[in-house]
Design a protein around this ligand. Structure first.
Ligand SMILES: *Cc1c(COP(=O)(O)O)cnc(C)c1O
Length: 365
């Protein structure tokens, strides 16, 4: 028998969450962001739920090839654009749209020989200070690009640094509008946080294309201010494993490496076939939430490579073979949002889902 651990990708939930993005921006087209192997879900599996998107946005040329290999003929956008000149040949061959964020990328385009001119997304640095032209150089970049025979369409784009936080979008939005107001072309600004929090009330945030990622994967961009329930999102990834043993502890017994948990009284614990080599964060400590047979309980002791130990006090009937849900959808309608586990690990849902290990058997359901 294979080790009793699995991940499920919920394709109906992916489709549901994509519809939520559309509801927030009904007059815009929607990029499903599928970078990082669809946030750890697997591009091929995610595609089953997301093929109703208007386009797929990603970073990696190999992932772009995989989307085309699935038969997707619509738009594909490289969010960081080309890394070297020969990437443009693949863009020409596969019909990829690509971001232009620096002069080197314009130089490469100017030297590129192509029959079909390219659709590019010209990126404004609106305060994130990672990629993009500053407001002072953006318009000359636009002029240069629009003079190239290699380019026939320029979408105006920026990425918002704090759409999920207290600073919000006022300043970058004002900067984007001041820089681009009289330039022609489509606009694209909103990630998940901007789509959920600001797009419904602000046409300027919706623009022509929104770019939701994390919300599509059933994680809230502004947890704990709002959880997936409040945003009407559904979990898209479940990580679950079976109990492979139980132990009866007496008061004072210690659990696991380093004995970091001591039983305060007699109690039963379960040993779950999931560890940090499966992508369950080792930094998690006692009290991180876990479901056993759909009942909420907690981690005790240190996370090891292949096992964790959980408190069975709230689930006295649990035994070897019982199901532990580490995040996602449990039995009997129970749910453990990935955001709660991520928060206990001091991180965000993005990191947990992207780190799901290769060795975990994963199926689309
Ligand atoms: C990753 C990414 C997104 C999606 O961000 P989420 O927070 O996951 O919605 C949108 N735009 C760009 C440029 C990105 O790199």
């Amino acid at each position: 028998m294979p080790r009793p651990i699995h991940a499920h990708i919920h394709t109906d939930a992916l489709a549901h969450n994509l519809r939520r993005a559309r509801q927030c921006a009904p007059d815009a087209k929607v990029w499903a962001v599928v970078k990082a192997n669809a946030y750890g879900h697997g591009i091929e599996r995610a595609y089953v739920g997301l093929h109703g998107a208007d386009g797929f946005a990603l970073l990696d040329l190999d992932e772009a090839r995989r989307i085309r290999a699935l038969g997707w003929r619509g738009p594909v956008l490289l969010l960081e654009g080309c890394f070297e000149a020969r990437d443009l040949e693949l863009c020409s061959r596969l019909g990829l749209w690509h971001t232009v964020h620096c002069d080197d990328q314009i130089d490469m385009l100017a030297a590129h020989k192509t029959h079909a001119p390219h659709h590019v997304f010209l990126k404004l640095n609106s305060g994130m200070n990672r990629l993009g032209f500053t407001p002072g150089t953006y318009r000359s970049a636009w002029q240069r690009l629009s003079g190239l025979t290699q380019v026939d369409d320029i979408t105006l784009m920026t990425h918002l640094a704090d759409a999920d936080g207290p600073r919000g979008i006022h300043d970058p939005l004002a900067l984007f509008e001041a820089t681009t107001h009289d330039l022609p072309g489509d606009r694209s600004l909103a990630n998940s946080a901007a789509t959920l929090r600001f797009a419904p009330g602000a046409p300027a945030v919706r623009g022509d294309w929104v770019r939701p990622g994390i919300m599509v994967y059933g994680s809230s961009p502004d947890y704990p201010a709002a959880g997936i329930g409040a945003w009407g999102l559904q979990p898209t990834m479940t990580l679950a494993a079976r109990l492979i043993a139980t132990q009866q502890l007496q008061a004072g017994d210690r659990v696991g490496y380093g004995g970091i948990f001591t039983a305060p009284q007699a109690m039963r614990i379960g040993v779950v076939a999931c560890g940090y080599a499966d992508g369950y964060p080792r930094v998690l400590r006692a009290d991180a939430p876990v479901l056993v047979d759909g009942v909420r309980t907690r981690l005790v002791g240190r996370v090891s490579m292949d096992m964790i130990t959980v408190d069975l006090t709230p689930v006295p009937q649990a035994k070897a073979g019982s199901l532990a849900t580490l995040w996602g959808v449990g039995p009997n309608g129970s749910v453990l949002p990935i955001d709660e586990v991520a928060a206990a690990a001091g991180t965000v849902g993005y990191e947990l889902m992207c780190a799901l290990a290769q060795r975990v058997p994963t199926v689309a359901v």
